[in-house]
Design a protein around this ligand. Structure first.
Ligand code: NI
Length: 215
């Protein structure tokens, strides 16, 4: 019984801290003090350390021996590598499964973009961004392909939040991608998707460059 309780606290902490890290309320590179987290959540330090260790195995937390836990920071090489994985999955799926893309979900995303324009919030943008890119992967109906994409998904979300200045541009690019998809213009949609991924990658690289410059 004790063990089950402890495990579920660790699970809850894992989810809560993961959310804080990927939404950047704990900033990239910031040191995470297990004692402070324990106080904040009203739990003991042990499950906090367990949750942080588990987050480290997912690549969201870095452990520096004798120093402590840090929220994940990305090197330019890692950013390039993650975007390469995105391109590999998203462009491939759009190219190969264009006709299988869920039309109803695509129209729902189109409406969600209207809603975003009427009332632009970070949350609304994130939902559209995630739904649109996931839609391409889902079209494959390939469980293994979805799993490999999901493997880097937390990192994709984390990276998206490193690039706060770009929402409006990204929104316009999403709009153009969706317009081309709705019109059945595959080559145009592909070109726009590739351009979008390159633009997001480049501006993320610029952004972390700027952050490194400030440090
Ligand atoms: Ni996007």
């Amino acid at each position: 019984m004790m063990k089950i309780m402890k495990k579920s606290i660790t699970d809850q902490l894992f989810s809560a801290l993961k959310e804080e890290i990927i939404r950047q309320s704990i900033k990239a590179g910031e040191q995470i003090n297990p004692r402070e987290i324990a106080e904040q959540y009203g739990v003991s330090v042990m499950p906090v350390r367990d949750a942080l260790t588990r987050l480290a195995s997912f690549g969201l937390v870095t452990i520096r021996p004798r120093v402590g836990f840090f929220a994940r920071e990305f090197t330019p090489t890692e950013i390039r590598e993650i975007f390469e994985v995105r391109r590999l999955h998203e462009v491939y799926c759009m190219e190969r499964y264009f006709d299988q893309i869920d039309r109803i979900e695509l129209e729902r995303i189109d409406k969600a973009m209207d809603a975003y324009e009427a009332h632009p919030t970070r949350e609304a943008f994130d939902q559209v961004d995630e739904a649109l890119h996931d839609l391409l992967i889902a079209a494959s109906e390939n469980r293994f392909l979805m799993e490999t994409y999901n493997h880097v998904k937390d990192l994709i979300i984390l990276i998206r939040h490193l690039d706060l200045g770009r929402i409006d541009y990204s929104h316009r690019e999403h709009r153009q991608i969706v317009d081309a998809m709705l019109a059945g213009k595959k080559e145009l949609a592909l070109a726009r998707l590739e351009q979008h991924l390159d633009n997001v990658r480049n501006s993320t690289l610029e952004n972390i460059g700027a952050m490194e410059g400030l440090a």
